[in-house]
Design a protein around this ligand. Structure first.
Ligand SMILES: [Zn+2]
Length: 368
């Protein structure tokens, strides 16, 4: 048995990525994603053209738009951003994606990321009773580190009214986007199960996190929709050596064994080629890995995914779904900056084009 294992490991390490002529891009890398903040109405036409002329021709087939409250919600109009996308605006995005066979997935940050810097997010601004840490006051000037360890606020997942509001905006967004999947964010949750919270203080944080994932997933499943989340809370910061942003330092990592296996995990790694994909695959999950600004890392991530799809045992192969470029600026500022200043070697546009060029190289000439 040991001998067999060592042969398998040797094969996994040394086998080159040799693909057969029939291996199309869809087979080599089924998910080829791009994730960015949804455009503002004034940026809509330019962004639609960008989808048409830059994303689609490169083979992007999955677009995650971080909408949050940039939509004219009817169900909860109080949560709307000022100058948000209208229903007609969203329908333009739906049409351009459909024309290009792009799977369009909207996102609202749930659980964590309910504030940023000194600004409270819309949910807690209108429903302060959902705040997991109401005793932590928003600073006039934000700096990290700070005495409260305030990175971003969270909502309390055990507040009895929170899901009534959250489900309403999730459902409305999925309906207008005609989406069969929804991304709930759920990354970088620093505040969870706080001792002073009257509802979840003293509760196991992995169970709390898993409970919220499962609640959101079950709700989406009722209408045949799939939950996508970032995967950083499911990695242990101490065991992996990753920081408390890229992995969890507050006890949520064991949730990996508690959440439903059909949750799609998006593993972002921006500083090293971290092997979270095989770990999650062996736990039974489907995964996409995500670069940001490093072209070198993006190419490695693409090669890794193709490699694991190629050499893994049959039961694991299909769990390595693909890769997704992440852009952490607004659509407008991305198009004004990274997209225009192409000479900068470490920007998200160059990272994206490097990764997608690599994907094309992975497909044999006859299959293109
Ligand atoms: Zn709580």
């Amino acid at each position: 048995m040991k001998k067999l294992l060592s042969v398998c490991l040797a094969a996994a390490v040394f086998l080159p990525i040799t693909l057969r002529a029939g291996d199309s891009l869809d087979k080599v890398m089924p998910v080829r994603g791009f994730c960015i903040a949804a455009p503002r109405p004034a940026e809509l036409d330019r962004f639609a053209a960008f989808i048409d002329t830059e994303l689609a021709p490169r083979g992007v087939n999955t677009l995650i738009l971080r909408v949050d409250y940039n939509y004219e919600f009817q169900s909860r109009p109080e949560l709307r951003d000022h100058g948000a996308l209208s229903r007609d605006d969203v329908k333009k995005l739906v049409a351009i994606c459909r024309k290009n066979n792009i799977h369009l997935i909207p996102q609202i940050n749930l659980l964590g990321h309910q504030s940023f810097g000194k600004n409270l997010g819309s949910l807690l601004a209108h429903y302060p009773e959902f705040d997991e840490t109401p005793w932590v006051k928003m600073p006039e000037k934000y700096k990290w580190p700070n005495a409260d360890r305030l990175y971003c606020k969270s909502y309390c997942p055990l507040h009895p009214k929170v899901h009534e509001v959250v489900f309403a905006v999730m459902d409305e967004l999925c309906e207008v986007f005609e989406a069969d999947a929804f991304h709930a964010g759920m990354d970088e949750v620093f505040y969870i199960g706080e001792t002073n919270c009257p509802r979840c203080g003293g509760t196991d944080r992995a169970e709390l996190f898993a409970g919220e994932v499962t609640t959101l997933r079950d709700h989406l499943r009722e209408k045949g929709r799939r939950l996508w989340i970032w995967s950083d809370r499911l990695l242990d910061a101490k065991a992996t050596g990753l920081g408390e942003w890229e992995a969890s330092a507050n006890g949520t990592a064991r949730a990996i064994d508690l959440i439903p296996k059909d949750v799609m995990l998006c593993a972002w790694h921006y500083e090293c080629d971290f092997p979270s994909a095989p770990y999650f695959a062996m736990k039974g999950f489907h995964i996409v890995t995500c670069p940001w600004k490093s072209s070198q890392l993006a190419v490695l991530q693409a090669d890794d995914m193709a490699h694991w799809r190629k050499v893994s045992p049959e039961v694991l192969k299909d769990r390595f779904d693909g890769v997704m470029q992440t852009v952490w600026s607004g659509a407008g500022s991305f198009m004004d900056k990274d997209y225009k200043s192409k000479e900068d070697a470490t920007n998200s546009w160059n990272c994206f084009t490097a990764m997608f060029s690599e994907l094309k190289k992975l497909v044999p000439e006859k299959a293109k």
